[in-house]
Design a protein around this ligand. Structure first.
Ligand SMILES: Cc1cc2nc3c(=O)[nH]c(=O)nc-3n(C[C@H](O)[C@H](O)[C@H](O)COP(=O)(O)OP(=O)(O)OC[C@H]3O[C@@H](n4cnc5c(N)ncnc54)[C@H](O)[C@@H]3O)c2cc1C
Ligand code: SF4
Length: 570
Protein backbone atom coordinates (compact mmCIF):
# COMPACT_ATOMS: atom_id res chain seq x y z
CA UNK A 1 0.00 0.00 0.00
CA UNK A 2 1.14 3.59 -0.78
CA UNK A 3 2.65 5.03 2.38
CA UNK A 4 3.19 8.68 3.30
CA UNK A 5 6.10 9.33 5.68
CA UNK A 6 5.25 12.03 8.21
CA UNK A 7 7.94 14.19 9.80
CA UNK A 8 7.34 14.16 13.59
CA UNK A 9 8.35 17.82 13.99
CA UNK A 10 5.77 20.59 13.66
CA UNK A 11 7.44 23.68 12.16
CA UNK A 12 6.09 27.16 12.81
CA UNK A 13 6.13 27.86 9.09
CA UNK A 14 6.76 25.77 5.99
CA UNK A 15 7.95 27.87 3.05
CA UNK A 16 7.62 26.40 -0.43
CA UNK A 17 10.16 27.73 -2.97
CA UNK A 18 13.41 29.59 -2.35
CA UNK A 19 13.40 32.35 -5.01
CA UNK A 20 12.85 36.04 -4.39
CA UNK A 21 9.68 35.58 -2.34
CA UNK A 22 10.63 32.40 -0.47
CA UNK A 23 14.14 33.70 0.26
CA UNK A 24 12.71 36.91 1.72
CA UNK A 25 10.25 34.97 3.88
CA UNK A 26 13.11 32.77 5.12
CA UNK A 27 15.20 35.81 6.03
CA UNK A 28 12.50 37.81 7.80
CA UNK A 29 10.89 34.92 9.67
CA UNK A 30 14.17 33.41 10.91
CA UNK A 31 15.41 36.90 11.90
CA UNK A 32 12.24 37.15 14.00
CA UNK A 33 12.95 33.80 15.68
CA UNK A 34 10.32 31.73 13.85
CA UNK A 35 11.22 28.08 13.13
CA UNK A 36 11.09 27.50 9.40
CA UNK A 37 11.22 24.50 7.07
CA UNK A 38 12.07 25.39 3.50
CA UNK A 39 10.93 23.00 0.75
CA UNK A 40 12.84 23.46 -2.51
CA UNK A 41 12.22 21.29 -5.55
CA UNK A 42 15.79 21.70 -6.83
CA UNK A 43 19.17 20.79 -5.31
CA UNK A 44 21.37 22.79 -2.92
CA UNK A 45 23.43 25.53 -4.58
CA UNK A 46 27.23 25.60 -4.41
CA UNK A 47 28.26 28.93 -6.01
CA UNK A 48 31.95 28.00 -6.27
CA UNK A 49 31.05 24.96 -8.34
CA UNK A 50 27.78 25.93 -9.98
CA UNK A 51 28.52 29.49 -11.16
CA UNK A 52 30.73 29.63 -14.26
CA UNK A 53 31.38 33.30 -13.62
CA UNK A 54 35.00 33.49 -14.76
CA UNK A 55 35.24 30.46 -17.06
CA UNK A 56 36.50 31.49 -20.49
CA UNK A 57 34.99 29.88 -23.59
CA UNK A 58 38.28 28.21 -24.56
CA UNK A 59 38.44 26.48 -21.17
CA UNK A 60 35.47 24.25 -21.89
CA UNK A 61 34.68 21.66 -24.50
CA UNK A 62 33.09 23.04 -27.63
CA UNK A 63 33.62 26.59 -26.28
CA UNK A 64 30.38 26.41 -24.32
CA UNK A 65 28.21 24.83 -26.95
CA UNK A 66 27.32 22.38 -24.19
CA UNK A 67 29.00 19.18 -23.00
CA UNK A 68 27.49 17.30 -25.95
CA UNK A 69 27.68 20.29 -28.35
CA UNK A 70 23.93 20.78 -27.94
CA UNK A 71 24.12 24.35 -29.25
CA UNK A 72 25.22 23.14 -32.70
CA UNK A 73 22.11 20.98 -32.95
CA UNK A 74 19.68 23.59 -31.62
CA UNK A 75 19.21 21.59 -28.43
CA UNK A 76 20.77 23.98 -25.89
CA UNK A 77 18.00 25.42 -23.77
CA UNK A 78 19.90 28.17 -22.05
CA UNK A 79 23.44 29.52 -22.36
CA UNK A 80 25.98 26.97 -21.17
CA UNK A 81 27.64 29.60 -18.97
CA UNK A 82 24.40 30.88 -17.45
CA UNK A 83 23.77 30.02 -13.83
CA UNK A 84 22.61 26.44 -13.34
CA UNK A 85 19.27 24.71 -13.44
CA UNK A 86 17.23 27.16 -15.50
CA UNK A 87 15.11 25.77 -18.29
CA UNK A 88 12.38 26.47 -20.82
CA UNK A 89 11.54 22.76 -20.62
CA UNK A 90 12.21 20.51 -17.65
CA UNK A 91 12.41 16.84 -18.41
CA UNK A 92 9.57 14.99 -16.70
CA UNK A 93 7.83 18.24 -15.70
CA UNK A 94 5.78 19.32 -18.71
CA UNK A 95 3.14 22.01 -19.00
CA UNK A 96 0.65 22.37 -21.81
CA UNK A 97 -0.59 25.29 -23.88
CA UNK A 98 -4.17 25.58 -25.12
CA UNK A 99 -4.76 25.02 -28.84
CA UNK A 100 -3.62 27.89 -31.05
CA UNK A 101 -2.15 29.74 -28.05
CA UNK A 102 1.53 30.47 -27.46
CA UNK A 103 3.24 30.59 -24.08
CA UNK A 104 6.67 29.67 -22.70
CA UNK A 105 7.46 29.09 -19.08
CA UNK A 106 10.98 29.56 -17.77
CA UNK A 107 11.58 27.70 -14.52
CA UNK A 108 14.60 27.24 -12.34
CA UNK A 109 15.11 24.28 -10.06
CA UNK A 110 17.85 25.03 -7.52
CA UNK A 111 18.16 26.80 -4.16
CA UNK A 112 17.58 30.49 -4.94
CA UNK A 113 15.49 29.74 -8.04
CA UNK A 114 15.70 32.30 -10.82
CA UNK A 115 17.39 34.89 -8.58
CA UNK A 116 20.75 33.15 -9.16
CA UNK A 117 20.86 34.48 -12.70
CA UNK A 118 18.18 37.12 -13.14
CA UNK A 119 18.96 40.51 -14.71
CA UNK A 120 18.71 42.34 -11.32
CA UNK A 121 16.90 45.34 -12.83
CA UNK A 122 15.18 46.67 -9.72
CA UNK A 123 12.45 49.26 -10.26
CA UNK A 124 9.81 50.36 -7.78
CA UNK A 125 6.20 50.41 -8.91
CA UNK A 126 4.98 54.03 -9.01
CA UNK A 127 2.06 55.47 -7.02
CA UNK A 128 -0.33 55.34 -10.01
CA UNK A 129 0.61 51.68 -10.69
CA UNK A 130 -1.39 50.69 -7.62
CA UNK A 131 -4.51 52.49 -8.91
CA UNK A 132 -4.84 51.34 -12.53
CA UNK A 133 -8.65 51.21 -12.59
CA UNK A 134 -9.00 54.63 -11.00
CA UNK A 135 -6.53 55.98 -13.56
CA UNK A 136 -7.97 54.70 -16.83
CA UNK A 137 -10.92 52.41 -16.04
CA UNK A 138 -9.06 49.21 -16.97
CA UNK A 139 -8.01 46.37 -14.68
CA UNK A 140 -8.40 46.54 -10.92
CA UNK A 141 -6.99 48.76 -8.17
CA UNK A 142 -4.67 47.18 -5.62
CA UNK A 143 -5.77 47.07 -1.97
CA UNK A 144 -2.39 48.63 -1.11
CA UNK A 145 -1.12 52.15 -1.85
CA UNK A 146 2.39 53.21 -2.76
CA UNK A 147 2.73 54.95 0.61
CA UNK A 148 1.98 51.70 2.43
CA UNK A 149 4.60 49.69 0.53
CA UNK A 150 7.26 52.44 0.22
CA UNK A 151 8.88 51.64 3.61
CA UNK A 152 9.30 48.05 2.43
CA UNK A 153 10.88 49.18 -0.82
CA UNK A 154 13.29 51.16 1.40
CA UNK A 155 14.06 48.03 3.44
CA UNK A 156 14.37 45.79 0.38
CA UNK A 157 16.73 48.17 -1.43
CA UNK A 158 18.72 48.79 1.74
CA UNK A 159 19.21 45.06 2.19
CA UNK A 160 19.73 43.74 -1.34
CA UNK A 161 21.64 46.83 -2.55
CA UNK A 162 20.35 48.71 -5.58
CA UNK A 163 22.27 51.28 -7.64
CA UNK A 164 20.61 54.51 -8.73
CA UNK A 165 20.19 58.25 -8.54
CA UNK A 166 17.40 60.43 -7.24
CA UNK A 167 15.70 61.91 -10.29
CA UNK A 168 12.27 63.09 -9.11
CA UNK A 169 10.50 61.28 -11.98
CA UNK A 170 7.00 60.11 -11.04
CA UNK A 171 7.12 56.95 -13.16
CA UNK A 172 10.45 55.95 -11.56
CA UNK A 173 10.16 56.67 -7.83
CA UNK A 174 13.42 57.46 -6.09
CA UNK A 175 14.76 54.91 -3.64
CA UNK A 176 17.39 53.99 -1.11
CA UNK A 177 20.24 53.76 -3.60
CA UNK A 178 23.88 52.73 -3.76
CA UNK A 179 26.13 54.88 -5.99
CA UNK A 180 25.35 54.46 -9.71
CA UNK A 181 27.68 53.00 -12.35
CA UNK A 182 29.02 55.44 -14.98
CA UNK A 183 27.74 55.02 -18.55
CA UNK A 184 29.88 53.37 -21.23
CA UNK A 185 30.51 54.76 -24.70
CA UNK A 186 27.43 53.30 -26.38
CA UNK A 187 25.32 54.43 -23.42
CA UNK A 188 26.64 57.98 -23.63
CA UNK A 189 25.57 58.01 -27.28
CA UNK A 190 22.11 56.67 -26.39
CA UNK A 191 21.80 59.37 -23.71
CA UNK A 192 22.70 62.08 -26.25
CA UNK A 193 20.16 60.75 -28.75
CA UNK A 194 17.47 60.59 -26.08
CA UNK A 195 18.21 64.16 -25.08
CA UNK A 196 17.59 65.26 -28.67
CA UNK A 197 14.25 63.44 -28.55
CA UNK A 198 13.33 64.80 -25.11
CA UNK A 199 13.37 61.29 -23.60
CA UNK A 200 14.98 60.82 -20.14
CA UNK A 201 17.85 58.31 -19.97
CA UNK A 202 19.07 57.90 -16.40
CA UNK A 203 21.46 55.68 -14.41
CA UNK A 204 20.09 52.16 -14.13
CA UNK A 205 18.74 50.63 -10.93
CA UNK A 206 20.41 47.28 -10.51
CA UNK A 207 20.74 44.89 -7.57
CA UNK A 208 24.53 44.85 -7.77
CA UNK A 209 26.82 46.26 -5.12
CA UNK A 210 28.88 49.32 -5.95
CA UNK A 211 29.91 49.28 -2.27
CA UNK A 212 30.31 46.36 0.18
CA UNK A 213 27.04 45.64 1.98
CA UNK A 214 26.04 43.28 4.80
CA UNK A 215 29.16 41.13 4.40
CA UNK A 216 28.85 40.94 0.59
CA UNK A 217 31.82 42.25 -1.43
CA UNK A 218 31.55 45.14 -3.86
CA UNK A 219 31.28 44.25 -7.55
CA UNK A 220 34.56 43.65 -9.40
CA UNK A 221 32.97 44.52 -12.75
CA UNK A 222 33.45 41.25 -14.58
CA UNK A 223 30.14 41.76 -16.36
CA UNK A 224 28.95 38.18 -15.91
CA UNK A 225 26.00 38.44 -13.51
CA UNK A 226 23.90 36.14 -15.68
CA UNK A 227 26.32 33.34 -14.83
CA UNK A 228 25.78 33.87 -11.10
CA UNK A 229 28.10 35.89 -8.89
CA UNK A 230 30.53 34.01 -6.67
CA UNK A 231 31.20 37.07 -4.50
CA UNK A 232 27.44 37.60 -4.03
CA UNK A 233 27.90 41.17 -5.27
CA UNK A 234 24.86 40.60 -7.45
CA UNK A 235 21.83 39.83 -5.30
CA UNK A 236 20.49 36.30 -5.13
CA UNK A 237 18.11 35.01 -2.48
CA UNK A 238 20.33 31.95 -2.01
CA UNK A 239 23.53 33.80 -1.13
CA UNK A 240 22.16 36.98 0.48
CA UNK A 241 19.22 35.56 2.40
CA UNK A 242 19.18 31.79 2.76
CA UNK A 243 22.85 31.03 3.47
CA UNK A 244 22.95 33.59 6.33
CA UNK A 245 19.62 32.25 7.67
CA UNK A 246 21.16 28.76 7.84
CA UNK A 247 23.40 30.09 10.62
CA UNK A 248 20.45 31.14 12.82
CA UNK A 249 19.58 27.58 13.83
CA UNK A 250 15.99 28.37 12.91
CA UNK A 251 16.05 27.01 9.35
CA UNK A 252 15.77 23.43 8.10
CA UNK A 253 16.11 22.98 4.35
CA UNK A 254 14.64 20.10 2.39
CA UNK A 255 16.05 20.11 -1.15
CA UNK A 256 14.75 17.87 -3.93
CA UNK A 257 11.34 18.30 -2.28
CA UNK A 258 8.53 18.93 -4.76
CA UNK A 259 5.44 20.15 -2.89
CA UNK A 260 2.41 18.35 -4.26
CA UNK A 261 -0.51 19.31 -2.05
CA UNK A 262 -1.42 21.46 0.92
CA UNK A 263 -3.37 19.41 3.42
CA UNK A 264 -6.19 21.27 5.20
CA UNK A 265 -8.17 20.13 8.25
CA UNK A 266 -11.91 20.33 8.76
CA UNK A 267 -11.66 23.89 10.06
CA UNK A 268 -10.05 24.97 6.79
CA UNK A 269 -6.52 25.46 8.11
CA UNK A 270 -3.44 24.03 6.43
CA UNK A 271 -1.89 21.48 8.77
CA UNK A 272 0.74 19.88 6.54
CA UNK A 273 2.40 19.93 3.15
CA UNK A 274 2.70 16.73 1.12
CA UNK A 275 5.77 16.59 -1.07
CA UNK A 276 7.60 14.18 -3.32
CA UNK A 277 11.14 13.40 -2.17
CA UNK A 278 12.73 13.27 -5.61
CA UNK A 279 15.69 11.15 -4.55
CA UNK A 280 13.66 8.31 -3.07
CA UNK A 281 10.55 9.05 -5.18
CA UNK A 282 8.48 8.70 -2.02
CA UNK A 283 5.70 10.88 -0.71
CA UNK A 284 6.43 12.69 2.56
CA UNK A 285 4.51 15.06 4.76
CA UNK A 286 5.70 17.93 6.86
CA UNK A 287 3.50 19.59 9.50
CA UNK A 288 3.25 23.30 10.22
CA UNK A 289 1.34 26.06 11.97
CA UNK A 290 1.37 28.18 8.81
CA UNK A 291 2.47 27.84 5.21
CA UNK A 292 4.06 30.32 2.81
CA UNK A 293 3.67 29.39 -0.85
CA UNK A 294 6.39 31.07 -2.94
CA UNK A 295 7.03 28.59 -5.72
CA UNK A 296 6.76 31.34 -8.41
CA UNK A 297 3.45 32.77 -9.59
CA UNK A 298 2.28 29.90 -11.79
CA UNK A 299 3.65 27.05 -9.64
CA UNK A 300 1.91 28.60 -6.63
CA UNK A 301 -1.42 28.64 -8.49
CA UNK A 302 -0.82 25.03 -9.56
CA UNK A 303 -0.24 23.96 -5.97
CA UNK A 304 -3.46 25.59 -4.75
CA UNK A 305 -5.49 24.18 -7.66
CA UNK A 306 -4.10 20.70 -6.93
CA UNK A 307 -5.00 20.96 -3.22
CA UNK A 308 -8.64 19.91 -3.38
CA UNK A 309 -10.78 18.69 -0.50
CA UNK A 310 -14.47 18.36 0.31
CA UNK A 311 -14.42 21.90 1.64
CA UNK A 312 -12.30 23.32 -1.20
CA UNK A 313 -13.50 21.42 -4.25
CA UNK A 314 -12.10 23.97 -6.73
CA UNK A 315 -8.72 24.11 -5.03
CA UNK A 316 -7.52 25.53 -1.74
CA UNK A 317 -8.77 29.05 -0.93
CA UNK A 318 -10.40 29.21 -4.38
CA UNK A 319 -14.10 29.81 -3.70
CA UNK A 320 -13.75 33.00 -5.73
CA UNK A 321 -12.56 30.96 -8.74
CA UNK A 322 -9.74 33.46 -9.16
CA UNK A 323 -6.79 31.08 -8.69
CA UNK A 324 -5.00 30.92 -12.05
CA UNK A 325 -6.81 34.02 -13.36
CA UNK A 326 -5.31 37.48 -14.03
CA UNK A 327 -2.12 35.93 -15.37
CA UNK A 328 0.19 38.48 -16.99
CA UNK A 329 3.72 38.79 -18.33
CA UNK A 330 5.56 41.92 -19.42
CA UNK A 331 5.05 43.19 -22.98
CA UNK A 332 8.36 42.78 -24.78
CA UNK A 333 9.77 44.07 -28.03
CA UNK A 334 13.44 44.44 -28.95
CA UNK A 335 15.29 46.04 -31.83
CA UNK A 336 18.99 46.14 -32.69
CA UNK A 337 20.77 48.95 -34.47
CA UNK A 338 24.11 49.44 -36.17
CA UNK A 339 25.81 52.65 -35.03
CA UNK A 340 28.62 53.85 -37.35
CA UNK A 341 29.88 56.24 -34.63
CA UNK A 342 30.96 53.16 -32.66
CA UNK A 343 33.13 51.86 -35.50
CA UNK A 344 36.90 51.97 -35.08
CA UNK A 345 36.80 52.54 -31.31
CA UNK A 346 40.02 51.52 -29.57
CA UNK A 347 39.38 48.11 -28.00
CA UNK A 348 38.85 48.47 -24.28
CA UNK A 349 37.23 46.59 -21.44
CA UNK A 350 33.60 47.68 -21.34
CA UNK A 351 32.39 44.86 -19.08
CA UNK A 352 31.11 46.90 -16.12
CA UNK A 353 28.24 45.20 -14.37
CA UNK A 354 26.39 42.43 -16.14
CA UNK A 355 23.69 44.57 -17.62
CA UNK A 356 22.88 48.12 -18.57
CA UNK A 357 24.32 51.17 -16.83
CA UNK A 358 21.55 53.51 -18.02
CA UNK A 359 17.88 53.05 -18.86
CA UNK A 360 14.84 54.99 -20.04
CA UNK A 361 11.93 55.20 -17.58
CA UNK A 362 8.41 55.71 -18.96
CA UNK A 363 8.25 59.31 -20.15
CA UNK A 364 4.79 59.85 -21.66
CA UNK A 365 2.75 59.55 -18.48
CA UNK A 366 0.87 62.80 -18.98
CA UNK A 367 0.65 62.66 -22.78
CA UNK A 368 -2.84 61.97 -24.02
CA UNK A 369 -2.16 61.46 -27.75
CA UNK A 370 -0.84 57.86 -27.61
CA UNK A 371 -3.24 55.10 -28.72
CA UNK A 372 -2.63 52.58 -25.90
CA UNK A 373 -3.05 52.66 -22.12
CA UNK A 374 -0.17 52.37 -19.61
CA UNK A 375 3.52 52.56 -20.46
CA UNK A 376 6.90 50.91 -20.89
CA UNK A 377 10.54 51.46 -20.05
CA UNK A 378 13.54 50.80 -22.28
CA UNK A 379 16.49 48.57 -21.46
CA UNK A 380 19.75 49.18 -23.31
CA UNK A 381 22.42 46.73 -24.46
CA UNK A 382 25.74 47.11 -26.27
CA UNK A 383 29.50 47.27 -25.76
CA UNK A 384 32.35 44.83 -26.29
CA UNK A 385 30.72 41.76 -24.76
CA UNK A 386 32.53 38.43 -24.53
CA UNK A 387 32.16 36.78 -27.96
CA UNK A 388 30.38 33.45 -27.70
CA UNK A 389 29.22 30.66 -29.96
CA UNK A 390 27.01 32.26 -32.58
CA UNK A 391 28.05 35.86 -31.84
CA UNK A 392 29.18 36.43 -35.42
CA UNK A 393 26.65 34.41 -37.38
CA UNK A 394 25.08 37.63 -38.67
CA UNK A 395 28.46 39.02 -39.76
CA UNK A 396 29.25 35.79 -41.58
CA UNK A 397 25.91 35.89 -43.37
CA UNK A 398 26.35 39.49 -44.46
CA UNK A 399 29.87 39.00 -45.84
CA UNK A 400 30.95 37.46 -49.12
CA UNK A 401 34.09 35.42 -48.58
CA UNK A 402 36.10 34.02 -45.67
CA UNK A 403 39.59 34.11 -44.13
CA UNK A 404 41.28 37.47 -43.59
CA UNK A 405 38.56 39.58 -45.17
CA UNK A 406 35.87 37.92 -43.03
CA UNK A 407 37.94 38.50 -39.89
CA UNK A 408 38.35 42.15 -40.82
CA UNK A 409 34.62 42.47 -41.39
CA UNK A 410 33.89 40.91 -38.00
CA UNK A 411 36.42 43.14 -36.22
CA UNK A 412 34.97 46.22 -37.87
CA UNK A 413 31.46 45.37 -36.74
CA UNK A 414 32.38 44.15 -33.24
CA UNK A 415 30.86 46.40 -30.57
CA UNK A 416 29.11 48.67 -33.08
CA UNK A 417 25.54 47.60 -32.46
CA UNK A 418 23.16 48.46 -29.68
CA UNK A 419 20.01 46.71 -28.53
CA UNK A 420 16.88 48.42 -27.24
CA UNK A 421 14.30 46.35 -25.39
CA UNK A 422 10.89 47.68 -24.41
CA UNK A 423 9.29 46.32 -21.26
CA UNK A 424 5.68 47.33 -20.94
CA UNK A 425 2.54 46.79 -18.90
CA UNK A 426 0.06 44.11 -19.90
CA UNK A 427 -3.51 44.50 -18.69
CA UNK A 428 -5.07 41.27 -17.32
CA UNK A 429 -7.74 39.85 -19.64
CA UNK A 430 -10.24 37.02 -19.35
CA UNK A 431 -8.57 34.95 -22.09
CA UNK A 432 -5.21 34.78 -20.33
CA UNK A 433 -4.97 32.38 -17.41
CA UNK A 434 -3.67 28.99 -16.32
CA UNK A 435 -5.64 25.99 -15.15
CA UNK A 436 -5.00 22.31 -14.53
CA UNK A 437 -4.82 20.20 -17.67
CA UNK A 438 -7.18 17.30 -16.95
CA UNK A 439 -5.19 15.02 -19.26
CA UNK A 440 -1.55 15.55 -18.24
CA UNK A 441 0.58 14.79 -15.19
CA UNK A 442 4.29 15.13 -14.50
CA UNK A 443 6.68 12.28 -13.70
CA UNK A 444 5.40 12.17 -10.12
CA UNK A 445 1.78 12.03 -11.15
CA UNK A 446 1.13 15.67 -10.23
CA UNK A 447 -1.40 17.31 -12.60
CA UNK A 448 0.26 20.02 -14.68
CA UNK A 449 -0.67 23.52 -15.74
CA UNK A 450 -2.27 24.44 -19.04
CA UNK A 451 -1.71 27.99 -20.26
CA UNK A 452 -4.15 30.16 -22.16
CA UNK A 453 -2.73 33.32 -23.64
CA UNK A 454 -3.95 36.30 -25.59
CA UNK A 455 -2.43 39.72 -26.09
CA UNK A 456 -5.06 42.41 -26.70
CA UNK A 457 -4.93 45.52 -28.87
CA UNK A 458 -3.57 47.44 -25.86
CA UNK A 459 -0.35 45.44 -25.83
CA UNK A 460 -0.01 45.12 -29.60
CA UNK A 461 -0.29 48.89 -30.06
CA UNK A 462 2.20 49.41 -27.28
CA UNK A 463 4.74 47.13 -29.00
CA UNK A 464 4.27 49.12 -32.22
CA UNK A 465 4.99 52.31 -30.30
CA UNK A 466 8.16 50.68 -28.94
CA UNK A 467 9.28 49.94 -32.49
CA UNK A 468 8.76 53.56 -33.60
CA UNK A 469 10.60 54.88 -30.54
CA UNK A 470 13.55 52.56 -31.05
CA UNK A 471 13.89 53.51 -34.71
CA UNK A 472 13.85 57.19 -33.66
CA UNK A 473 16.58 56.64 -31.07
CA UNK A 474 18.77 54.59 -33.42
CA UNK A 475 18.37 57.18 -36.19
CA UNK A 476 19.10 60.02 -33.75
CA UNK A 477 22.38 58.19 -33.08
CA UNK A 478 23.09 58.27 -36.81
CA UNK A 479 22.49 54.51 -37.09
CA UNK A 480 20.16 52.11 -38.85
CA UNK A 481 17.99 49.42 -37.34
CA UNK A 482 19.14 45.88 -38.11
CA UNK A 483 16.17 43.84 -37.00
CA UNK A 484 14.62 42.07 -34.04
CA UNK A 485 16.82 41.56 -31.01
CA UNK A 486 15.42 38.15 -30.01
CA UNK A 487 13.50 36.88 -33.04
CA UNK A 488 13.12 33.43 -31.49
CA UNK A 489 11.11 34.90 -28.63
CA UNK A 490 8.80 37.10 -30.68
CA UNK A 491 5.77 36.38 -32.75
CA UNK A 492 4.08 38.99 -34.95
CA UNK A 493 5.97 41.98 -33.52
CA UNK A 494 5.45 41.23 -29.82
CA UNK A 495 7.09 38.84 -27.36
CA UNK A 496 5.56 35.39 -26.95
CA UNK A 497 3.69 35.29 -23.62
CA UNK A 498 5.96 34.21 -20.75
CA UNK A 499 9.23 34.90 -22.54
CA UNK A 500 9.99 38.08 -20.62
CA UNK A 501 9.87 35.85 -17.49
CA UNK A 502 7.81 38.24 -15.40
CA UNK A 503 4.71 36.11 -14.78
CA UNK A 504 2.40 37.69 -12.21
CA UNK A 505 -1.22 37.51 -11.08
CA UNK A 506 -2.85 34.03 -10.67
CA UNK A 507 -3.56 34.41 -6.91
CA UNK A 508 -4.44 38.08 -6.59
CA UNK A 509 -4.97 40.17 -3.49
CA UNK A 510 -7.98 42.40 -2.92
CA UNK A 511 -10.46 43.63 -0.34
CA UNK A 512 -13.39 41.63 -1.74
CA UNK A 513 -13.17 37.83 -1.11
CA UNK A 514 -15.57 37.23 -4.03
CA UNK A 515 -13.10 38.74 -6.50
CA UNK A 516 -9.72 37.97 -4.95
CA UNK A 517 -7.94 35.15 -3.12
CA UNK A 518 -5.70 37.04 -0.68
CA UNK A 519 -6.01 40.08 1.52
CA UNK A 520 -3.58 42.99 1.38
CA UNK A 521 -1.04 41.07 3.48
CA UNK A 522 -0.90 38.15 1.02
CA UNK A 523 -2.98 36.04 3.46
CA UNK A 524 -5.77 33.87 2.02
CA UNK A 525 -9.23 35.23 2.80
CA UNK A 526 -10.51 31.71 3.44
CA UNK A 527 -7.47 30.02 5.00
CA UNK A 528 -5.92 32.22 7.63
CA UNK A 529 -2.64 30.33 7.92
CA UNK A 530 -1.98 30.32 4.15
CA UNK A 531 0.18 33.06 2.63
CA UNK A 532 1.37 33.48 -0.97
CA UNK A 533 4.58 35.48 -1.34
CA UNK A 534 5.77 35.62 -4.95
CA UNK A 535 4.32 37.65 -7.84
CA UNK A 536 1.04 35.67 -7.75
CA UNK A 537 -0.66 38.23 -5.45
CA UNK A 538 0.04 41.09 -7.89
CA UNK A 539 -3.15 42.73 -9.11
CA UNK A 540 -1.44 44.28 -12.10
CA UNK A 541 1.97 43.95 -13.76
CA UNK A 542 3.33 47.49 -14.24
CA UNK A 543 6.16 48.04 -16.71
CA UNK A 544 8.66 47.70 -13.86
CA UNK A 545 10.32 44.27 -13.55
CA UNK A 546 8.62 42.42 -10.72
CA UNK A 547 11.34 41.09 -8.43
CA UNK A 548 12.04 44.12 -6.22
CA UNK A 549 8.29 44.27 -5.57
CA UNK A 550 8.19 40.54 -4.77
CA UNK A 551 10.84 41.17 -2.09
CA UNK A 552 9.03 44.24 -0.71
CA UNK A 553 5.62 42.51 -0.50
CA UNK A 554 7.09 39.28 0.92
CA UNK A 555 8.97 41.32 3.55
CA UNK A 556 5.77 43.06 4.63
CA UNK A 557 3.71 39.85 4.60
CA UNK A 558 6.36 37.97 6.62
CA UNK A 559 6.44 40.63 9.33
CA UNK A 560 2.64 40.50 9.43
CA UNK A 561 2.62 36.69 9.62
CA UNK A 562 5.14 36.66 12.50
CA UNK A 563 3.08 39.23 14.39
CA UNK A 564 -0.19 37.34 13.81
CA UNK A 565 1.50 34.17 15.08
CA UNK A 566 2.76 36.02 18.15
CA UNK A 567 -0.78 37.25 18.86
CA UNK A 568 -2.14 33.72 18.42
CA UNK A 569 -4.28 34.66 15.42
CA UNK A 570 -2.53 32.19 13.14
C1 LIG B 1 17.31 35.40 -17.30
C2 LIG B 1 16.33 36.09 -16.40
C3 LIG B 1 16.42 37.47 -16.26
C4 LIG B 1 15.53 38.14 -15.41
N1 LIG B 1 15.71 39.47 -15.21
C5 LIG B 1 14.98 40.11 -14.28
C6 LIG B 1 15.26 41.45 -13.94
O1 LIG B 1 16.19 42.07 -14.47
N2 LIG B 1 14.51 42.06 -12.99
C7 LIG B 1 13.49 41.41 -12.40
O2 LIG B 1 12.83 42.03 -11.57
N3 LIG B 1 13.20 40.12 -12.68
C8 LIG B 1 13.93 39.46 -13.60
N4 LIG B 1 13.68 38.12 -13.86
C9 LIG B 1 12.58 37.47 -13.16
C10 LIG B 1 12.98 37.00 -11.76
O3 LIG B 1 13.96 36.02 -11.84
C11 LIG B 1 11.75 36.46 -11.06
O4 LIG B 1 10.78 37.48 -10.98
C12 LIG B 1 12.01 36.01 -9.62
O5 LIG B 1 13.09 35.15 -9.50
C13 LIG B 1 10.75 35.30 -9.14
O6 LIG B 1 10.90 34.94 -7.82
P1 LIG B 1 9.95 33.85 -7.17
O7 LIG B 1 9.93 34.09 -5.71
O8 LIG B 1 8.66 33.83 -7.87
O9 LIG B 1 10.69 32.48 -7.35
P2 LIG B 1 11.64 31.80 -8.44
O10 LIG B 1 12.89 32.59 -8.52
O11 LIG B 1 10.92 31.48 -9.67
O12 LIG B 1 11.94 30.47 -7.65
C14 LIG B 1 10.92 29.56 -7.31
C15 LIG B 1 11.54 28.37 -6.61
O13 LIG B 1 10.50 27.51 -6.18
C16 LIG B 1 10.85 26.18 -6.46
N5 LIG B 1 9.61 25.41 -6.64
C17 LIG B 1 8.73 25.51 -7.65
N6 LIG B 1 7.71 24.67 -7.47
C18 LIG B 1 7.95 24.02 -6.30
C19 LIG B 1 7.27 23.03 -5.58
N7 LIG B 1 6.09 22.54 -5.98
N8 LIG B 1 7.81 22.57 -4.42
C20 LIG B 1 9.00 23.06 -3.97
N9 LIG B 1 9.70 24.02 -4.63
C21 LIG B 1 9.17 24.49 -5.78
C22 LIG B 1 11.69 26.25 -7.71
O14 LIG B 1 12.53 25.12 -7.81
C23 LIG B 1 12.44 27.55 -7.53
O15 LIG B 1 13.69 27.38 -6.91
C24 LIG B 1 14.52 37.42 -14.72
C25 LIG B 1 14.44 36.03 -14.87
C26 LIG B 1 15.34 35.37 -15.69
C27 LIG B 1 15.26 33.89 -15.80
S1 SF4 C 1 29.72 42.17 -12.63
FE1 SF4 C 1 29.86 42.39 -10.43
S2 SF4 C 1 27.91 41.70 -9.63
FE2 SF4 C 1 28.11 40.91 -11.74
S3 SF4 C 1 29.00 38.86 -11.55
FE3 SF4 C 1 30.73 40.32 -11.84
S4 SF4 C 1 31.31 40.83 -9.72
FE4 SF4 C 1 29.29 39.91 -9.60
Amino acid sequence: MFQVKRNPQVFDVVIIGSGAGGGTAVKILTDLGVSVALLEAGPMLNPAKDFKEHVLPYQVDHRGAGPHAEEYFGRQQWGYFSAPNGYWNIEGEPYTVAKDNEFRWFRSRILGGRTNHYGRISLRFADYDFKPYSTDGLGTDWPVTYDEIAPYYDKAEGFIGVTGTKEGIRSAPDGNFLPPIPPRVHEVLVQKACKKLDIPCIPSRMAMLTKPLHGRAACHYCGQCGRGCQTASAFSSSQAMIFPAMKTGKLTIFTGAMARELVADGSGKVTAVSYVDKETRTEKQIRCRAVVVAASACESARLLLNSKSARFSAGLANSSGQVGRNLTDTVGYGLSGHIPALEGLPRHNSDGIGGMHVYVPWWLLDKKEKDFPRGYHIEIGGGFGMPQIGSFHGACRSHEGYGKSLKQHIRQGYGTSIGLAGRGEMIPNEHTYCDIDPRAVDQWGIPVLRFHWRWTEHEIKQAKHMHQTFVSIIEAMGGTSTGLRNPERESGGISIGGTIIHEAGTVIMGDDPRKSVLNKYCQAHEVKNLFVMDAAPFVSNPDKNVTLSIVAFAWRASEYLAEEMRKGNV
